[in-house]
Design a protein around this ligand. Structure first.
Ligand code: AMP
Length: 287
């Protein structure tokens, strides 16, 4: 079944009025892949109807980032939505989304300035601003986000808690290629040789996570050793950060940390910015 495609606020309002029961929502920037498909499937479990938004949000791109060349594959995206039984696709143009440049915006606070936020100043403010707008436009009961973007997920949870947003937030695990590379719309930028280098990201994370029993320092150095190799690869990985953080606050965890953590990494291969992370658990250790 083909979903209803809404391109204006009026079309969206008409389509939204047809929805009966709970609506589950998957916000995306399009160029849909199997990671997005898994989010849509989770949304189908959560709602009587599913809405997907496709919008490349200019507000969350920095001046030297890939807004103009970001892949746009609208027909294929709609085909995937149709195959997955999506009811509604919300696909506004930038002019529809931002009839005027927004003066009032959300701030991601301290959490927006660390880790990925330090590498991409303003990114999370722009992301939260559009997600809040999307929530108001679509009025979902639940929304599904990928653990692939762990800091985004943490910030959405904080936004919903801090601002009493009446949407249930669900996380879906990261979908990977058989060799470990996390699926990303940006993977299509990679040449064959860059694609090989990109594998170091997930390899480093795995090497780190395997040392969880030995504590945070061991995790960091095992992952860093793989990233040092990646820096020597041809083409090299240019590391932006390796961070071992509390999943709720994105503050670096100390050596005495027990409980959940996230090992996050980002870097550039050629001109492509790639990020990845894996969750891990630290048991209380003696000394
Ligand atoms: P994007 O279109 O890249 O903005 O992503 C839209 C949603 O899909 C976000 O919630 C992402 O975290 C999620 N997502 C992207 N890649 C993956 C992946 N490999 N596995 C699971 N979720 C993903």
């Amino acid at each position: 079944m083909t979903p209803v495609i809404a391109r204006t606020r009026e079309e969206l309002a008409a389509a939204r009025a047809q929805v009966r029961g709970a609506l589950a929502f998957v916000p995306t920037m399009g160029a849909l892949h199997e990671g997005h498909r898994s989010l849509i499937r989770r949304a189908r479990e959560l709602g009587d109807a599913v809405a997907v938004s496709i919008f490349v949000n200019p507000l969350q791109f920095g001046p030297n980032e890939d807004l103009d060349r970001y892949p746009r594959t609208f027909d294929d995206d709609v085909a995937m939505c149709a195959a997955e039984g999506v009811d509604l696709v919300w696909a506004p143009t930038p002019e529809v989304m931002y009839p005027v440049t927004p003066e009032v915006r959300l701030s991601a606070g301290r959490m927006g300035t660390v880790v990925e936020g330090a590498a991409r100043p303003g990114h999370f403010d722009g992301m939260l601003t559009v997600v809040m707008k999307l929530f108001h436009q679509v009025r979902p009961d639940a929304a599904v986000f990928g653990a692939k973007d762990a800091q985004q997920l943490a910030l959405i949870r904080r936004m919903v808690a801090d601002l009493d947003v009446p949407v249930r937030i669900e996380a879906a695990p990261t979908v990977r290629e058989p060799d470990g590379l996390a699926l990303s719309s940006r993977n299509r930028y990679l040449s064959d040789a860059e694609r090989v280098t990109a594998r170091y990201l997930s390899r480093a994370l795995r090497a780190g996570v395997e040392r969880a029993a030995d504590g945070p320092a061991a995790v960091r150095s095992a992952a860093q050793a793989v990233l040092d190799e990646a820096a020597e690869a041809d083409p090299p990985l240019h590391l932006d950060y390796l961070a071992l953080v509390d999943p709720a606050t994105f503050e670096e965890v100390g050596e005495a940390h027990a409980g959940e953590a996230v090992l996050a990494v980002a870097g550039k291969v050629g001109t492509t910015h790639l990020i990845d992370n894996m969750p891990l658990q630290f048991e209380p250790r003696e000394n």
